[in-house]
Design a protein. Structure first.
Length: 310
């Protein structure tokens, strides 16, 4: 292939808890006037596909690339049916539901998919925070009782959020994003989410959203107490079997593909160049495995990018 890198059309998703800050923070041209909670930046799902912008593969989906050009674009040794990573930007103007994703060893149905993810905070209002894990000492029995009485929030561990910190959300961890956060989310390719509590609110259709109490109780890690945000001092943020994410603080150029496998870059601060192209705050680009010459360089001052690969 001739392209130095590939970009994709974002898929915007209306959510009851969303807002319009993807326009103000990243300069995005958002559709309609309803709240946009998610921008799916890179996805290969049966019902949602990222579409290539570059002329070489114009109109091709991410699944087309994964199926027909896997070796040259992504590298050796991958055998999953779909591209195994999803990258999103989330805008939470209201608190999300309290939810949990299943771990590989707790799947009981054929249509369940394990899901771990990481959140990197781009913006956080002064009083913004998240919920992650349980308060120390909370038992399964305590939690079941709280679900029945509608007092779940009292048992959740609340953490103030701040820009350019991050937190890992491994499968089994209870979590909810609070109001006032804009987040880069990188996750396994899974759509299995179990809501255990939704703050007694209504969805966009005027009805309460479905809860999955039985599935949640089966999935929750009841030994997961009071996790903390990571300040991102170390370059590697997570290195899991399902993906690896690094944070590059750039004062000068850095080779994109020293390991001869694909790299997904998201601009977390400032702007960068790659080849003859400029990428700005919030942009995502994929450098193919067979392109080894290019460097990611900061433009007009320091920049920060997240690099994700398998």
């Amino acid at each position: 292939m001739q392209s130095q890198c590939l970009t994709f059309h974002p898929l915007y998703k209306e959510r009851v808890w969303g807002g319009r800050r993807l326009a103000t923070i990243f300069g995005r041209n958002l559709p309609g006037e309803n709240p946009i909670g998610e921008s799916w930046e890179l996805v290969d799902r049966e019902d949602s596909q990222s579409i290539v912008c570059e002329p070489e593969f114009l109109g091709a989906s991410l699944h087309d690339l994964w199926t027909d050009h896997r070796r040259e674009i992504f590298g050796e040794g991958y055998d999953s049916f779909r591209f195994p990573i999803i990258a999103k930007i989330l805008d939470a103007s209201e608190v999300l539901s309290v939810q949990v994703h299943p771990a590989p060893d707790r799947l009981t149905h054929a249509n369940e998919e394990p899901k771990s993810e990481i959140w990197y905070f781009i913006a956080a209002d002064q009083r913004a925070g998240i919920y992650a894990g349980l308060k120390r000492g909370v038992s399964r029995e305590d939690f079941e009782s709280a679900v029945a009485s509608g007092q779940v929030s009292e048992l959740l561990h609340h953490i103030p959020s701040r820009p350019h910190a991050c937190i890992a959300i491994p499968s089994g961890r209870l979590h909810a994003i609070g109001a006032g956060n804009v987040i880069f989310e990188i996750q396994q390719n899974s759509d299995t989410t179990y809501r255990v509590f939704d703050w007694n609110r209504l969805g966009l259709d005027g009805r309460p959203r479905e809860l999955h109490v039985e599935e949640s109780l089966r999935t929750i890690d009841f030994n997961d107490f009071e996790p903390a945000l990571t300040e991102c001092d170390a370059e590697n943020l997570v290195d899991w079997h399902c993906f690896s994410v690094d944070r590059w603080a750039l004062d000068s150029g850095r080779q994109a593909n020293a390991e001869r496998k694909f790299s997904i870059f998201q601009v977390a601060a400032g702007k960068v160049s790659f080849g003859d192209r400029i990428f700005r705050h919030g942009d995502l680009f994929l450098v193919p495995a067979n392109y080894h010459r290019g460097s990611v360089k900061p433009v007009d001052g320091p920049a920060t990018v997240l690099r994700t690969t398998l």
